[in-house]
Ligand binder design. Structure first.
Ligand SMILES: *[C@@H]1O[C@H](CO)[C@@H](O)[C@H](O)[C@H]1NC(C)=O
Ligand SMILES: *[C@@H]1O[C@H](CO)[C@@H](O)[C@H](O)[C@H]1NC(C)=O
Ligand SMILES: *[C@@H]1O[C@H](CO)[C@@H](O)[C@H](O)[C@H]1NC(C)=O
Length: 585
């Protein structure tokens, strides 16, 4: 429908029965009594451009969303570091092939990398033939990835590892099925040297298996050390390391922003386990990794600060960096000693935006991105408003950032939807997790919020009660759509909103429900994912004036937008009407 055809028009749509989610063409049957009439005044558009940022996405490292998910690294715990820097370290999910009469596997602190000293030592006792012969398939270690590696015939995989030994070594690298029987790709490492050597091998898969593993085996007696064993498919989005199918699913949502990397992941249960950006940049081999103690898993932090900024750029969207403000779930840094933490964040901003010759900007440039990233928003903490040091710490961060980067918009954790804030902010954070009925009824929540303060950022919303939401239901999606229609109508105030969480690996359901469910090889969207598709053209559209005449005021919401398709430049009208069902759908 072209713009010319619909200007200066008033529509009246009457609804007799109501359909879920995409009800744009309800029948008009004059002889029945309609339960609702929707008036859309297309002339009255002047005050209501919808922000380009309204509907975006929130990526948190939860449920293995990144490690084992969007981040395409196939090896889990590639540095044998999952137990931290102490020995013996936790090498899970690496396992040993062979018994203790044939080899002894241990961890020590002999790595060539200063920030991650743990290496794996393999003392091979059996030999190639003779009385103490190794089994024909050799002995060694294997890594099943994140509940199986998806190896696809014809695709190329890059293996990188660091190795040293006391004598000549002959190690077979193989990609196999989950039992180590079917060989999908193999290569030999023949070297010797007491010094650490980097080995890089391209493997081409000659078969496919969703549930593969990586093996390092040998039949030669001797001592060999491994560290930083990485396997990545060459085929990732633009070669940037993002798993293609999972990337495409979020790209399809046309997100208006990307909030990252948490969530509670940013806070940590304890500060020592919070996300610290400096430990996630530079060469991947040198990153220490960390244990995310809120969602209870180790990340090698290959998906770090740089990669998040790159992800936002690849999605064509605006990054929103949520940083730790010196507060975790259980401990806090007092305001009197917060300054080093403030400096850490200023450095992180310089990394993102600084001149390529600046201290931290030069590291970004060295990593492959001399041009600054388009970082214009930061959130000072996550859900910390009620914490003892929040206001004190907040102001230290706020003042320093305002001075160094006057254009950066700052987001407070404190809710200003009913009472004004006692501190300056550009936006305030609002989170809602509820049952379906409450979510739907909150569609008019922001009608009553003050317009003279900071803008609102609904950075986490979802129906979460088990009865209504399960692991993803149509009822939850309908209630969320009703709520989101309310956000659209209040988008003079609500400038950003994102559903949470985005991803879940089927083998690590820390949180239900989620938008995108995946395993190593497959992915699908829950109804709450598809709900977001109904709003993907709202960013930058024009909100039309609507009025709904109905007795079902608490069960029916509607909005109308005019949006332009950037491909054919046509202008379209989209009317969304949402009714909360009486029963679970
Ligand atoms: C539609 O909006 C225009 C512009 O605000 C206004 O002049 C007109 O009266 C409205 N029409 C109706 C039927 O409300
Ligand atoms: C991943 O999910 C698909 C589809 O349900 C299934 O066929 C496949 O076996 C799963 N992969 C693993 C490793 O379990
Ligand atoms: C932080 O402040 C609290 C309360 O004033 C105090 O008990 C604690 O000792 C302080 N901690 C540090 C590290 O300064």
């Amino acid at each position: 429908m072209g713009l010319l055809h619909i200007s200066h028009t008033l529509w009246m749509l009457s609804f007799i029965g109501l359909c879920a989610l995409h009800c744009c063409s309800a029948a008009i049957e004059e002889h029945q009594t309609p339960i609702a009439r929707l008036f859309v005044n297309a002339s009255d558009t002047s005050p209501c451009p919808i922000p380009d940022t309204l509907f975006g996405i929130f990526f948190e490292e939860i449920n293995h969303a990144g490690a084992g998910g969007l981040w395409a690294e196939l090896v889990s715990n590639r540095g044998f570091e999952a137990g931290g820097q102490n020995i013996p370290s936790n090498i899970y999910p690496w396992s040993v092939i062979g018994d203790e009469s044939m080899l002894i596997v241990a961890t020590d602190r002999s790595s060539c990398f200063d920030r991650n000293k743990i290496a794996l030592q393999m003392n091979v006792l059996c030999n190639n033939g003779g009385p103490n012969a190794c089994p024909a398939e050799g002995v060694g270690i294997y890594n099943p990835g994140f509940w199986g590696m998806n190896i696809v015939e014809g695709k190329m995989y890059k293996l990188v590892l660091y190795v040293r030994s006391l004598g000549p070594i002959d190690v077979l690298v193989s990609l196999t099925d989950s039992q180590g029987v079917q060989k999908l790709a193999t290569a030999n490492i023949m070297t010797s040297g007491v010094k650490w050597t980097k080995v890089e091998i391209l493997l081409k898969a000659k078969g496919s298996n969703y549930n593969s593993r990586l093996q390092l085996t040998t039949r030669r007696k001797g001592v060999v050390w491994f560290d930083q064993v990485s396997l990545t498919p060459l085929d990732t989005y633009k070669g940037h390391g993002f798993r293609n199918d999972l990337f495409q699913m979020i790209k399809d949502l046309k997100p208006g922003f990307l909030r990252f990397p948490g969530g509670c992941f940013v806070e940590g249960d304890w500060l020592m386990n919070a996300f610290r950006w400096k430990e996630t940049v530079g060469p991947w081999e040198e990153r220490p990794g960390h244990f995310g103690d809120v969602w209870k898993y180790w990340t090698d932090d290959g998906f770090g600060h740089y990669e998040f900024l790159q992800l936002a750029e690849d999605l064509g969207t605006v990054p929103i960096w949520v940083f730790n403000n010196g507060i975790s779930h259980n401990d806090e840094v007092n305001t009197s000693v917060i300054l080093p933490f403030v400096q850490e964040i200023l450095d992180g901003l310089e990394f993102a935006r600084g001149h390529p010759k600046s201290r931290w900007g030069s590291l970004r440039a060295a990593m492959g991105h001399p041009a600054p990233f388009n970082l214009k928003y930061v959130a000072i903490g996550n859900e910390d408003c009620e914490k003892f040091n929040y206001r004190g710490n907040y102001l230290k961060f706020y003042d320093a950032i305002r001075q160094a980067y006057p254009d950066i918009k700052m987001i407070s954790n404190c809710d200003a939807s009913r009472a004004p804030l006692d501190h300056p902010a550009d936006l305030y954070d609002y989170h809602i997790y509820s049952d379906a009925k409450t979510m739907f009824e909150k569609s008019n929540y922001f009608d009553k919020a003050p317009r003279n303060g900071p803008k609102a950022f609904v950075s986490e919303y979802a129906v979460t009660t088990a009865d209504d939401a399960g692991t993803g239901t149509l009822l939850a999606a309908i209630a969320e759509a009703g709520f989101a229609i309310g956000l659209e109508k209040n988008s003079d105030l609500v400038n950003m909103a994102s559903y949470a969480p985005l991803y879940v690996h089927v083998n690590d359901r820390r949180w239900n429900p989620d938008a995108i469910v995946f395993n190593a090889s497959h992915a699908y969207g829950t109804p709450s994912y598809w709900m977001q598709h109904f709003f993907k053209d709202s960013n930058g559209a024009t909100l039309l004036s609507t009025s709904l005449q109905t007795d079902l005021t608490d069960r029916l919401v509607a909005s109308a937008i005019m949006w332009q398709n950037p491909v054919n430049m046509n202008t379209y009208l989209r009317i969304k009407v949402q009714q909360l069902p009486q029963n679970r759908v």
